[in-house]
Design a protein. Structure first.
Lengths: 95, 504
């Protein structure tokens, strides 16, 4: 499977990564290389094999319905470029 | 137990400029799961807290933090599924739905696209006119809610509160079985009621704890039946999705408006574009959300942080064994055991507090019909005057039951009972004692009533002559006797005595 320049541009946009137009051909080429490498796996016959979800036979860990976390507004906001009155402040999002 | 069966309501028909149209509606209801903690973190779900104070690092999308599922949320989803007579999937799995928005710090929502925890079920939606629609449920899945963005605090910035981020939601997806705006609202109201009975969602629509996305399309009469026969969606029109409505009134208005918009386009020779729209309650119209369209490439994939969710049949059975009585069963029981009318049974089961109150009155008074009458007509009417909820009723079920017992025993007349109710409502006290202390007891002693009748006949010879000529005038004497006895004479006894004495 090969990725063309338009697809590379779209993937970059969806991932919110700014890629200069001049870098797109190389990026498309790299992505295609990765996908082609992965496609070797298609040679394996997996007819009738259940997809494996974990390498160890573990049961999904659960927690009880108890409040054990939170009350740390200052910590939660400490990495924010801008925070006001307890809120994260971000450039205006217009709907 | 009685089975509730009703004929289906007629689909709503909208007359266009050229011909008639019908509606086809399906809903996705998002119900906040009633739990103390979030779906994958130990932060509180409490509404109205300081911004960003109910936030764990998992919710804030901090690097390296891993989600751990809250078993309480899983139990609530299973409970809801059982309440909707749905299949429970013992194995389900979580997927990532990827999109960027400031109130979604992870950059993806954890949801269940491919393997939801609950499968097909159904809801009986009564329309209140003797008809009901059975709406099929396609699935219920568990997912995370997003945070809240506030856009009006600053002209250049949006403010983000992550308190709601990661709170568990159940997305309840219906089949396109709903055929009108009123049905859609009734469906949401019924789902809400079932979840209130189950205790799985608090149903608070104003706070956004229950909201709905509505899919609407229009078709010519007959097309829907062809879809039903063949299962082929191409018989139906192109649908639009109206997002995120948190009021039954808005849901109805938005559907009505959206259907008319689509009809106008089609009759004009155009075609409806499948898209997401937003309802503006101030303008009473829907508008396109083009900004979201572009982002609609969610690139779902299984969440590598979470193993499949496996639950045991015995655990599900245990939840099933402890389900409360649900609205339909309660209504059927009220109809069967107490002989209530469909209307009375509906009113009393539409509110769990009312249902409990009613049953407590019946336990006291032993007469279902009379109890229903008093609860619905007198108590509800009185409470409404002062905008009180039934939980705050100044009259307890024991007191109301006591009043009804006095009526049944013939101790007080219906009229005195209303006065007594008012006394108990405003002053409190034991009804039987109040009747005793204030001399409100109905006089059934024939001797006492006879004396009163004699006295009035003796004092009004002219009236006696008139009544003998025209027996209809006997009513005047009954009225006078009732007046003379302060309303306490048994009206049946008075009637009988007056007729006899006047020789009618």
């Amino acid at each position: 499977m090969s990725i063309d320049i338009d697809t590379a541009r779209k993937v970059a946009k969806l991932a919110r990564i700014a890629v200069p137009e001049s870098d797109l051909p190389k990026l498309a080429d790299n992505l295609s290389g990765i996908l082609n490498f992965m496609e070797q796996l298609n040679e394996v016959d997996v007819e009738g094999v259940e997809p494996m979800t974990s390498v160890t036979p573990m049961r999904l860990k659960r927690r009880a319905d108890v409040v054990t976390d939170g009350d740390q507004q200052a910590k939660v906001l400490s990495n924010a470029p801008d925070a006001r009155e307890g809120f994260f402040a971000v450039p205006k999002v217009v709907e | 137990m009685l089975d509730l069966t009703y004929p289906a309501p007629k689909p709503k028909v909208i007359a266009g400029a050229k011909h008639d149209w019908e509606l086809v509606i399906g809903l996705e209801v998002h119900a906040q799961v009633a739990t103390k903690a979030k779906l994958f973190s130990g932060a509180s779900t409490r509404f109205g807290a300081e911004p960003n104070s109910n936030v764990a690092f998992v919710d804030a999308g901090m690097p390296g933090m891993l989600p751990v599922i809250n078993e309480g949320c899983v139990a609530q989803a299973v409970r809801t599924g059982l309440g909707l007579k749905a299949q429970i999937h013992l194995t389900s799995a979580f997927d990532r739905k990827n999109y960027f928005y400031p109130d979604l710090p992870q950059g993806y929502q954890i949801s269940q696209l491919y393997h939801p925890i609950v499968g097909e079920g159904e809801v009986l939606v009564e329309m209140g006119d003797g008809t009901a629609r059975v709406v099929r449920i396609e699935r219920i899945h568990l997912e995370q809610d997003a945070g809240k963005s506030i856009h009006d605090m600053d002209p250049h910035m949006s403010f983000v509160d992550l308190n709601r981020t990661g709170v568990a939601l159940m997305e309840i997806v219906s089949r396109p079985d709903i055929r009108g705006p009123e049905e859609a609202a009734a469906y949401v109201a019924k789902l809400r009621l079932i979840m209130l009975y189950l205790g799985t969602c608090d149903g608070n629509m104003q706070n956004g704890n229950l909201r709905a996305d509505v899919n609407v399309s229009v078709c010519r009469p007959g097309a829907y039946e062809r879809y039903q026969e063949t299962g082929d969606f191409s018989h139906l029109g192109t649908r639009c999705e109206i997002k995120n409505m948190n009021s039954l009134r808005f849901i109805q208005a938005a559907i009505e408006h959206e259907a008319r918009r689509q009809i106008a386009i089609l009759e004009d020779g155009g075609s409806v574009v499948q898209e997401t729209r937003l309802y503006d309650p101030d303008k009473g119209e829907t508008r396109s959300m083009r900004s979201k369209e572009e982002a609609h490439d969610y690139r779902y994939f299984p969440d590598p942080d979470l193993l499949p969710l496996e639950i045991e049949q015995a655990w599900v059975d245990d939840i099933a064994a402890h389900l409360p009585e649900l609205p339909d069963a309660k209504k059927a029981r009220f109809l069967g055991d107490y002989g209530l009318s469909d209307y009375d049974a509906s009113v009393l089961t539409a509110d769990l507090d009312a249902a409990h109150y009613f049953e407590a009155v019946v336990a006291e008074a032993g007469d279902g019909k009379l109890a229903a009458n008093w609860v619905i007509n007198e108590l509800f009417g009185r409470l409404k005057k002062e905008d009180h909820a039934i939980a705050d009723s100044p009259v307890s079920p024991a007191q109301l039951g006591g009043i009804i017992r006095l009526i049944k025993a013939g101790d007080i007349s219906g009229k005195i009972a209303k006065d007594l109710f008012e006394i108990v409502y405003t002053e409190g006290g034991d009804p039987a004692r109040i009747v005793e202390a204030r001399g409100l007891k109905q006089v059934t002693d024939t001797g006492a009533i006879e004396a009163a009748v004699d006295e009035i006949i003796a004092a009004n010879p002219a009236q006696v002559e008139k009544a003998k000529a025209n027996p209809k005038l006997a009513g005047w004497f009954v009225g006078q006797v009732m007046k003379a006895t302060g309303g306490k004479a048994n009206p049946a006894v008075v009637n009988q005595l007056v007729s006899a004495k006047l020789g009618l």
